[in-house]
Design a protein around this ligand. Structure first.
Ligand code: C5P
Length: 316
């Protein structure tokens, strides 16, 4: 009698028989230098991305159509139709690879919506990695990042993760040489999200009115700080040109930033286009204390601890 044939571990890992589970991190910008508005409606960026340990998880199974379900952050609010970046990513990969875009996808979301943590971009990156494994299309990370760039400026970074320099509109990513150190962060999540295009428009308005802060300079000091281990040195080099815009749109964020610093954070800044605020802590214990104080001070919906850098979208 012949034994029923079973997929081996390698087949499972590659997803030839599904399901494929992909974990993808959130990002913060340690430096977000925003240049002038370009003709294509984007701003020229000089940014340092950093992936942190708050994750979404996307599971992909074989199916006869393309379908998406979800649970967690934003369930009931986030559209699951063709406008969803996950569905757009699956179509983009299928078109590129010449396969049918058939999969049953399920998202378990922990990264808040419209939070400045690139949650939507993270999900798009996860969809590319998951469908590539499910369909056995076997693309390289660089090829996936090429498809990712058309889906959103932050998506290529989330394919790679770690700490990386972003230029162009943020889609041109190159790795940064860092010490193998883990930095400890506290992430203060707001009740209501902020629109990224609106934050960029507000920055343009503040700049036109001459009331924006001086733009950030080069990333040299930050890149130097990432090559050593002292978080106090790193704290002095963090910066975000979109912070003034986020504060103008949501003045209460100033209280969140103050509360984090009063609780012992070495530095606090708005993450990306906000409204999430992110704080650098001296160590893991200090991060726990700051998170507890931020929560009890009532200056955010929720404060979570995280560390970084972590890997980008990965199967497993
Ligand atoms: O690339 P992504 O779709 O994530 O960008 C969302 C919006 O954020 C853009 O439509 C644009 O308004 C703004 N943006 C920008 N400059 C960038 C990135 C994003 O103005 N470099």
């Amino acid at each position: 009698m012949t034994e029923a044939w079973r997929p081996d571990d390698e087949d499972e890992r590659r997803g030839a028989f599904g399901p494929v589970r992909v974990r993808v991190p959130a990002k913060v910008n340690l430096h977000l230098g925003v240049g002038p508005l370009r003709r294509d409606g984007y701003h020229e960026l000089n940014t340092v991305y950093h992936a942190i340990s708050i994750y979404d998880e996307l599971t992909a199974r074989r199916g006869d159509t393309l379908a998406l379900t979800m649970e967690g952050e934003g369930a009931g609010e986030l559209a699951l139709d063709d406008s969803n970046l996950i569905i757009r990513a699956a179509h983009a990969l299928a078109g590129y690879a010449g396969v049918l875009p058939h999969a049953r996808l399920h998202l378990r979301k922990q990264i808040p919506l419209a939070g400045g943590l690139a949650g939507g971009s993270a999900d798009a990156a996860a969809a590319l990695v998951a469908c590539d494994a499910l369909w056995g299309t076997g693309l390289s990370r660089d090829e996936l990042a090429g498809i990712a760039a058309d889906l959103g400026s932050d998506v290529p970074f989330l394919i790679y993760g770690g700490t990386a320099l972003g230029t162009g509109r943020g889609e041109a990513v190159s790795p940064v040489l860092v010490r193998p150190t883990s930095w400890h962060w506290v992430v203060a999540i707001a009740d209501v999200g902020l629109s990224t295009p609106a934050a960029y428009r507000e920055l343009d308005r503040l700049r036109d009115a001459g009331t924006a802060g001086a733009p950030l300079g080069s990333t040299d000091a930050l890149l130097g700080a990432l090559r050593q281990r002292d978080p106090r040195v790193l704290a002095r080099t963090l910066g975000n040109d979109l912070q003034d815009a986020a504060l103008a749109m949501r003045p209460a964020l100033a209280d969140t930033l103050k509360a984090g610093e009063a609780a012992g954070a070495l530095a606090g800044l708005v993450s990306g286009s906000g409204p999430t605020c992110v704080f650098l802590a001296a160590d893991a214990a200090s991060a726990e204390r700051i998170a507890a104080e931020l929560t009890s001070a009532g200056v955010c919906r929720e404060a979570r601890v995280a560390h970084g850098p972590v890997a980008g979208a990965r199967v497993g």
